[in-house]
Design a protein around this ligand. Sequence first.
Ligand code: OXD
Ligand code: MN
Length: 613
Amino acid sequence: MADVEAALEAAGLTNPHVLEYVRHYADLTGAERIEVVSAADDARLIQESLDAGELQQAGEGRYYSRSYHKDTARSEERTIVATSDEKDKGVYNNWRPASEMKPLLHDLMRGQSAGKTMYVIPYLMSPPGNDLAPWAAGVQLTDTRTVVLHMIRMSRVGAHFLEDLEDPSHFVRAVHVTGDLENLGQGTPDDQRYFVTVADERTILHFGSSYGGNALLGKIAHGLRQGAYDGWASKKFLAEQYMLIGIKDKQTGTDYHICGGFPSASGKTNLAMMLAPDALGERYHVSFYGDDIAWLWVDESTGRLMGMNPEYGVFGVAKDTNEKTNPTALASLDEGTKTIFTNVAYNPGTGEVWWEGRTKEPPADVTGWLDWTGAPIADRKDEDDTPWAHPNSRFTTTLDNVPNIAADYDAAAGVPIDAIIFGGRTRDREPLIRAVHDLAEGVYDGLTLGAEATSAAEGKEGVLRYDPMSNRPFMAYGEGDYAQHYLDIVGAATDQPIFAHVNWFQRDPEDGHFLWPGYRDNLRPLLWLLQLRNGEVTGRQTPVGIIPTEEELNLEGVEISPEDLATILTIDTPRWQQEMEHRAEHLELFERMPDAIWEAHRRVADALGREDG
Ligand code: OXD
Ligand code: MN
């Protein structure tokens, strides 16, 4: 049996509640050894993983790993929020009683770490000293070394984060047991995997994966699901799947901050890491805070809505990351950054990595190249065009590797939020940007956020897959209660942020070309939004919000035809009227949706009706 007490004491982890928790799960899982880790152990653990073949060298100071081939993504249908109160059941959170799920998970985990090391990872999901730090401390237990290496990149890791808690028992207990990946029946009726957040006990029990959000429990399980539940239960904050950026106007010296939610494959990471277009670079600087999670709260002394990124790194999708879409991401993956790539294509001879969209064509000389499963590309039949990299292959790098990281990204205070934006990938109807001053209409807009269904099986053409606030997979309690909580938190700010809906993805109905160039030029509509909030422009009122006039948008250096510009700054009333019916059906799914949200819906619907005359 592992000597838990000696291991914790040697690491300076004396919090008795941590000891009790680790001892319980060491006993349950039968772990042979206990090892407490801190960020300072990274180099040693990397070497151990290299020696054990869990990692391979991908050039100097970069690493490559491969996950089990049936363990490559989050599994929403196996993910559950459990509590002791059925009122926490929502449409999306797969609610189950804690009394059912805890024994089930404990049975699955029992004895599964026999012969293995249990790594104890004390972590913090916030900048140290932040107002929300009391909800950000956790201790992850895991039996997989590469999970530790990812946690060191994605969160702040060290025993001291658990030693100076105001309430020493107030930390998230996050247990990760990998299980026998080859015998878990992934995706079959006998699927053994369960990813459970017991939210009212602040306990996370994940069994059956060693990949991504299933296994790095600080990120999604704590940073989003547990955080959302805690924010609601404490009435103090929101935990959202939002990117967070800063925009500095160098001429006036003003700093602005924008956060926002985008369903997956809607360009959130590219937006978060965007640079100013060349023509505007003299005047504006864009800085990066985070690409995936923001916690929002109101600072009681100033009354301002504040935001921070609880993460310490980026777990980015590799596919289509290149010099045009995201040069900043590429720079953050350079040699020497200690980046870990997972499931991309790899050349062990040269240490190179590649993924679809990295360059237009894959490397011409396929000598030595292996696809993400480890199969040599050279052995492929000519007609074999399966991707070299897995579509959900990832890079994991720390925030401070991103060249335009904000100077104050690690500051305790967080940053004041000027604007909250939402955007999905939509080929028609949604203009480039439409701004909403009214809080209830802003929240309503977030709740009806969607992106095009990605395949015919998932939905009808032109019908969105709704993804409220881009939080659909991370909803921790009822959606109606969530809407009310959002109204309460943001409503308490003395200086209200402006809301906006953006869309970079409108296409020409004839030839399908994108109407807006996107990428760095996306700064332009955001600058307009800040000017609108400042009262420097007025825009044009439409039933669904305020949109810029052509003159107001700074288009210096942009190539766009007058017809395309006109289309993306126009509201297609009949298409919107159609959409309103789908929105009503969507909102009707949820219990206890606040009247304010329904009133916002009716206001927009009535205004669209009047357009018809
Ligand atoms: C996600 C992620 O799954 O950020 O959304 O990894
Ligand atoms: Mn995400």
